[in-house]
Design a protein around this ligand. Structure first.
Ligand SMILES: Cc1cc2nc3c(=O)[nH]c(=O)nc-3n(C[C@H](O)[C@H](O)[C@H](O)COP(=O)(O)OP(=O)(O)OC[C@H]3O[C@@H](n4cnc5c(N)ncnc54)[C@H](O)[C@@H]3O)c2cc1C
Length: 307
């Protein structure tokens, strides 16, 4: 790919300061590892995202959509092509009869910010997400969840751009949500907005739940170290963290990557880890668990880019 040519084409519509060349992905992922992206676009207008997609298609350049980078591992040679980060930050709250509330949220809005904003307006239903460090777009894509709820329970519709830039609106059932899965995994486009269906609740009760969830995370998760949350998915009949703990792998290190000493399901960057360290540690964990228990661990974290 001729990066300069693609860059020039992009600048015909998109302001230069929104386009970065050779951008280190370690600055955009919670693991704080990973090589550079050829082109990185942080876009706050749907028309600019559509234009980015059009240019990618015209030049045959692959693109990757980034949220807050809290569920991905970018490999050390980085990402060839264009990374598009939708920076759509709208939150529109519409109160309806019977204490129902419709909330339209841009894909770039962070879950903890949204949970707090809704709490201030006595709106219940997003307390579960107050400690998940992801964007709405990433959370819908992943059907993120915690503390007994998940995005599936609150998302009514999602507005989405196909790789050709066409606008589609999908209803909840059409989003094919299941555990850490949605239809968007196979659609390869860009989520731009979701409409949530929530309820007016009791402000004290909302606060109590959020405080409880936050305290749980502080006590049980290594939130002060870079990670991407639970590295492996829960199995049908097992909890990955429990099996890893039972293999006595807590604290095991490869380079700067470490199985958290606090929560065996988390791999953390304990300082200067490379993505290769993380991959090798994940491989070691997977092999040990398979050998000891015959269970196959599947990563929840999405691994992207070049090794
Ligand atoms: C400390 C910590 C705790 C965590 N706890 C939890 C938890 O309790 N529960 C949980 O489910 N997860 C948890 N996670 C994982 C992660 O935060 C969530 O999965 C989060 O919702 C991912 O959102 P993101 O914006 O960071 O997505 P990213 O990591 O940027 O992307 C994830 C996937 O979504 C796609 N994507 C992102 N935005 C868009 C978009 N606008 N359009 C189309 N595709 C898009 C990406 O291409 C990628 O495939 C945790 C992570 C950390 C670091």
């Amino acid at each position: 790919m001729d990066i300069k040519k693609v860059y020039e084409e992009l600048t015909k519509q998109i302001e230069k300061e929104k386009i970065k060349i050779d951008e280190p992905m370690k600055n955009h992922t919670t693991f704080k590892t990973g090589g550079n992206a050829d082109l990185f676009l942080k876009l706050d207008k749907i028309e600019d995202i559509q234009y980015g997609l059009k240019v990618a298609k015209e030049y045959g350049v692959p693109f990757f959509v980034l949220g807050n980078g809290s569920n991905i591992l970018v490999l050390d040679k980085g990402i060839r092509g264009i990374v598009i980060k939708p920076d759509l930050k709208n939150v529109i709250i519409e109160k309806e009869p019977d204490d129902k509330v419709k909330v339209k949220v841009g894909a770039g809005v962070m879950l903890p910010f949204l949970a707090r904003k809704l709490y201030e307006q006595k709106i219940a239903g997003m307390e579960f997400a107050c400690g998940i460090p992801g964007s709405i777009g990433g959370a819908v894509y992943m059907n993120s969840g915690a503390h007994g709820s998940e995005m599936e329970n609150v998302v009514k519709t999602t507005t989405y751009l196909t790789p050709e830039g066409e606008v589609l609106v999908l209803k909840n059932q059409e989003q094919d949500f299941s555990y850490r899965h949605s239809v968007f995994e196979k659609m390869q486009g860009v989520i731009v907005e979701s409409e949530l269906e929530l309820m007016i609740g009791d402000k004290e009760e909302i606060k109590r739940k959020m405080d409880e969830n936050t305290a749980f995370r502080k006590a049980k998760q290594p939130i002060t170290l870079p990670s991407a949350g639970s590295f492996f998915k829960r199995g049908d009949d097992f909890i990955a963290a429990k099996l890893i703990d039972d293999c006595k792998l807590k604290g095991t290190k490869v380079g700067g990557a470490q199985v958290s000493t606090l929560h065996a399901g988390f791999i953390v960057n304990s300082g200067n880890a490379t993505s290769k360290d993380i991959i090798e540690l994940a491989k070691l964990v997977k092999e040990k668990v398979e050998k000891e228990f015959g269970k196959v661990l599947i990563p929840e974290v999405q691994i992207i880019g070049e090794e």
